[in-house]
Design a binder for this molecule. Structure first.
Ligand code: LLP
Length: 428
C-alpha cells in the first residue's frame, strides 16, 4: 500500500507551498536545505504567496478609490512590511511600536491608520507628529483625550469612529469583535452622538467611519450585513451634516487551515462593491485592513522531531517548536496542518504533536496521523499570520529565525535570537 500524501497541490499555501519530487518546497527552495542551513524551528515565507494574496484584493478593488492597509499585527517582520509598502499598501497599526516599524520601512504616514481601544497619550502624540492618516477611535473617552492631545500639539487629528455593527462573524469567540458585549467600537445606536461630539471638538476632524467584525471569517454574509449596517449609519451621520469621506470595512477574511473555503478576496470585493454601488456609495474612498489573508498561507514553520513517546491513551510526537513559537493552538485550539518535509512510505501512527514547554497546553496538533522517526522534519502550515508576531520567550526559548523565499532564492530576514539577547536588559 502507498502511504505517501496524495494530492500535494491541495496543501494550504499551494501552489507556493507544495511537494516537488517527494520534498516539501516553498516556491523553488527545498525546506530541508533551509533547515540544514539555519536550524529549527524556522519560519519560511513565500514572497510570491504574499504578493498573490495582495493581488486578489487589488483586482477586487481595481478602478476604485481604495487603500489597502495591511494589519501588521498579523506579521510585522520588516521585510514583509517593506514588500507590502512597495506594492502600494498602507498599514493598520495598533501601537507606537508598530508605527516605528511602518516608518522604518518608509511607509507614507498618510497611509497609516491607528486602531486600538487603548491608545496612550504618548502614542497619540507620536502618531500626530508622524502625521498618520487617521485615528480609528473606539470610545467617547478616547475622543476627548485625542482632542486634548491634538490641541496641545497644535494639531488637528483626523478621526474615524469604529462602530460596532452587532454582526456575528461566525468565528472563534476570541477573534469575534463585532458583537455587543466585547470591548471594541462604539455601539451602532450611540454612533451618531459620538460623531456629533467629534465634529464639535476643535482638535478633531472627522474623515471616515470604520468597522471590523472579527477574524478568520469564511463566509460572505457577515460582511454584507456589516456593510449594510455601516452604510445606514453613514446616511444618518451625513443627514446630520457631518461628511464621511472614507469607509473602512476592516479586515477579517479567513484563510485555509484545514480545508476551509473562505471567499477569494477578489470575488468578495466584487460582491461587496456591487452592494456599495446599489446603495449609491460607489464613489466613496474604501479602506480595508486585511492581516491574516495577506500572509497566513504564505508561511510555514519547520520543526524537528525530537522524541516519539508511545502511551496507553495517546502517542506523543515531541518536536522542537512549541507554544512560544506557535501560540495559536494553545490559545484558540486552532488547527494547523502538520506535514513531513519528506514523506516516508510507512503506515502512519496517530500522535499528538507537542512541544518541549512545561505545560499541557503546549501542543501544536492533536490526533495527527504521521509516519515519522526522531530527526525527521515537519512543517506546520498556514503559519505566516499570528505566529511569529505572537511568539514569546517563555521557558527562555530564543525566538526562531525567519527566511523569505523569492523564486529560487532564500534570505534570512530575522536571525535566530541568542540567549544573551534574551537577558540583555536584566541585571542581578
Ligand atoms: N483591523 C482590526 C481593527 C483588527 O483588530 C484586526 C485583527 C485586523 C484588522 C486584522 O484582521 P485579520 O484580517 O488578520 O483577520 N490572534 C488571532 C487573531 C486576532 C485578530 C485581531 N485583530 C488569531 O491568531 O487568530
Amino acid at each position: 500500500m502507498n502511504h505517501l500524501p496524495s494530492e500535494p497541490s491541495a496543501l494550504p499555501g499551494g501552489p507556493f507551498v507544495a511537494y516537488n519530487g517527494g520534498q516539501l518546497v516553498v516556491e523553488q527552495v527545498e525546506l530541508r536545505a533551509l533547515a540544514a542551513q539555519h536550524g529549527t524551528p524556522l519560519f519560511v515565507y513565500s514572497q510570491a504567496a504574499v504578493l498573490s494574496a495582495l493581488a486578489a484584493y487589488q483586482r477586487g478593488l481595481a478602478g476604485r478609490k481604495a487603500l489597502i492597509c495591511y494589519a501588521m499585527k498579523a506579521n510585522s517582520s520588516l521585510a514583509i512590511l517593506k514588500l507590502l509598502a512597495e506594492a502600494g499598501c498602507g498599514f493598520d497599526i495598533v501601537s507606537s511600536g508598530e508605527l516605528e516599524r511602518a516608518l522604518a520601512v518608509g511607509a507614507e504616514p498618510a497611509k497609516i491608520i491607528f486602531s486600538g481601544v487603548g491608545k496612550t497619550r504618548h502614542e497619540m502624540r507620536h502618531a500626530l507628529h508622524a502625521g498618520v492618516g487617521c485615528f480609528n477611535v473606539e470610545s467617547l473617552a478616547e475622543l476627548e483625550v485625542l482632542d486634548a492631545v491634538a490641541r496641545e500639539c497644535g494639531a488637528v487629528a483626523p478621526v474615524s469612529i469604529r462602530v460596532n455593527p452587532n454582526v456575528d462573524a461566525k468565528t472563534h469567540p476570541y477573534i469575534s469583535t463585532g458583537l455587543k458585549g466585547n470591548k471594541f467600537g462604539i455601539a451602532h445606536e450611540d454612533a451618531l452622538t459620538a460623531y456629533q461630539r467629534a465634529a464639535a471638538l476643535p482638535g478633531l476632524r472627522v474623515v471616515g467611519i470604520d468597522c471590523h467584525i472579527g477574524s478568520q471569517i469564511t463566509e460572505e454574509a457577515p460582511y454584507l450585513e456589516a456593510m449594510d449596517r455601516v452604510l445606514d449609519l453613514v446616511s444618518t451621520i451625513e443627514a446630520a451634516g457631518i461628511a464621511i469621506h472614507h469607509i473602512d470595512f476592516g479586515g477579517g477574511l479567513g484563510i485555509n487551515y484545514n480545508g476551509d473555503t473562505p471567499p477569494q478576496a477578489d470575488a468578495l470585493w466584487t460582491l461587496l462593491l456591487a452592494r456599495l454601488d446599489a446603495r449609491g456609495f460607489g464613489n466613496r474612498t474604501i479602506m480595508i485592513e486585511p492581516g491574516r489573508s495577506l500572509v497566513g498561507n504564505a508561511g510555514v514553520c519547520i520543526t524537528e522531531v525530537q522524541y516519539l513517546k508511545p502511551g496507553e491513551q495517546k502517542n506523543f510526537c515531541i518536536v522542537d517548536a512549541a507554544m512560544n513559537d506557535l501560540p495559536r493552538p494553545a490559545l484558540y485550539e486552532a488547527f494547523h496542518q502538520i506535514v513531513p518535509l519528506q514523506p516516508r512510505d510507512a503506515p502512519p501512527i496517530t500522535y499528538d504533536v507537542v512541544g518541549p514547554v512545561c505545560e499541557s497546553g503546549d501542543w501544536l496538533g492533536r490526533d495527527r496521523d504521521l509516519a515519522v522517526q526522531p530527526g525527521d522534519l515537519l512543517a506546520v502550515l498556514s503559519a505566516g499570520a499570528y505566529s511569529m508576531s505572537m511568539s514569546s520567550n517563555y521557558n527562555t526559548r530564543p525566538r526562531a529565525a525567519e527566511v523569505m523565499v523569492d523564486g529560487g532564492n532564500a534570505r534570512v530576514i530575522r536571525k535566530r535570537e541568542s540567549v544573551e539577547e534574551l537577558w540583555r536588559l536584566e541585571s542581578i
